[in-house]
Design a protein around this ligand. Structure first.
Ligand SMILES: CC(C)(COP(=O)(O)OP(=O)(O)OC[C@H]1O[C@@H](n2cnc3c(N)ncnc32)[C@H](O)[C@@H]1OP(=O)(O)O)[C@@H](O)C(=O)NCCC(=O)NCCS
Length: 226
């Protein structure tokens, strides 16, 4: 089973501005984990979800087989495809819900953060998103989220495996790194082969805050001096 994959060339959006950063994208964390990051991911009652997300779940839940991965999606500029605009809207809503901020404001040409979306093949329903960039030979994953109602269906793993696969294709990318909530460590460690790091020697995008765990998945050895 695999999701279809589309690259940026198939998309009709264009980045048109470099908005100032609202909040640095340096942690894969949720808002309610401030002083005690060991708290579980917040459960979101159906009633508080946005209308578009509720609408999207009205029919049969999506499966991996009918999803599509969209890479390097731009979120601003003239919209030629209303279906993509709907996905962007759902992404903002999910981001606000899960991280208490709109991650898209941090994705600009200047910051080089990239947006990946997992959606149903008809572009109607968001199944997850990730924000990542390559820095100093490492793929940094700043954010990943799957809508609450679609968790446990394999979408998170699918997004991560796709990111890892694409990073592996680039010979100058040596590892994938992220700062994990303690609640998600098992997901990365047991399902995706990440290792928790204590003494980190490579330059990274992350300042790990208390309660979070810096995690790395090695792709290939770093040449000396890199
Ligand atoms: C973490 C998250 C992206 C996982 O997405 P998901 O679609 O539910 O995960 P999957 O269905 O692909 O899970 C794959 C496997 O990992 C397991 N898993 C998922 N989340 C897990 C977690 N938090 N802890 C331990 N195992 C987890 C699943 O049980 C599944 O196991 P299986 O292969 O034995 O069936 C999702 O829970 C989420 O959006 N959480 C809120 C935001 C967040 O915490 N992001 C990560 C911050 S670092």
């Amino acid at each position: 089973m695999s999701a279809a994959v589309l690259s940026e060339s198939s998309l009709s959006y264009h980045d048109s501005h470099d908005a100032p950063l609202k909040k640095s994208v340096d942690e894969c964390s949720e808002p309610n984990s401030t002083d005690d990051a060991s708290t579980a991911a917040p459960e979101t009652p159906m009633v508080s979800r946005s209308a578009s997300i509720v609408e999207s779940t009205a029919s049969v839940p999506p499966t991996i087989d009918n999803t599509i991965i969209l890479h390097n999606v731009s979120h601003s500029g003239p919209s030629a495809d209303p279906k993509l605009a709907g996905l962007i809207k759902q992404t903002r809503e999910l981001s606000e819900l899960v991280f208490d901020e709109d991650c898209l404001t941090e994705i600009t040409k200047k910051t080089r953060w990239k947006l990946t979306l997992l959606a149903t093949s008809d572009y109607a329903t968001l199944c997850g998103f990730a924000v990542s960039r390559i820095t100093n030979g490492a793929l940094s994953l700043a954010k990943i989220a799957v809508p609450v109602e679609f968790r446990g269906l394999g979408f998170g793993k699918l997004i991560m495996e796709d990111a890892i696969k694409n990073a592996k294709k680039q010979n100058d990318v040596y590892e994938v790194c992220l700062s994990s909530l303690s609640t998600a460590v098992t997901f990365y460690q047991q399902r995706l082969g990440f290792k928790a790091m204590t003494g980190v020697k490579v330059k990274t995008d992350f300042e790990v805050v208390e309660g979070q765990v810096f995690m790395v998945k090695k792709l290939r050895p770093r040449p000396k001096g890199k």
